[in-house]
Design a protein around this ligand. Sequence first.
Ligand code: ZN
Length: 150
Amino acid sequence: MLPGPPQDLRDRMTDAPTVAALFDAAVAVRAAAYAPYSRFRVGAALATPKGAIHAGCNVENAAYPVGTCAEAGAISALVAAGGRRIAAILVLGDGPALCTPCGACRQRLREFAADDAEVLVAGPEGVRARFTLGELLPASFGPANLGAQP
Ligand SMILES: [Zn+2]
């Protein structure tokens, strides 16, 4: 069982139907992942504040550093659809360890998400942990540092 968050945070947590929709989208997109080298397939699905969902999978490359993360694909789909805000994201990967967003993806998310955006970490069986982006990327550098209004 996951430890329960404080009530004020619980009130802002992603509702169960949205979590279910994010999980289903991540499962579906993960099946399309291109991971011939690591065989570590990842699916990510994000929700906008209006409830739209965009998904992406990891895409590896024979020149390893050129490969892209699932979160990057989901963000690209968001932006391509005209979206600019992320309320929550679910990242799904297999294995015993939590498949949390890598450091670069935490910064990618920060461009479109506030500190209180929820980051759900899932395995094939379901959600394993819930974080806020601020927990995963504290004291972050974001659009406001350059005078932009997020
Ligand atoms: Zn990443």
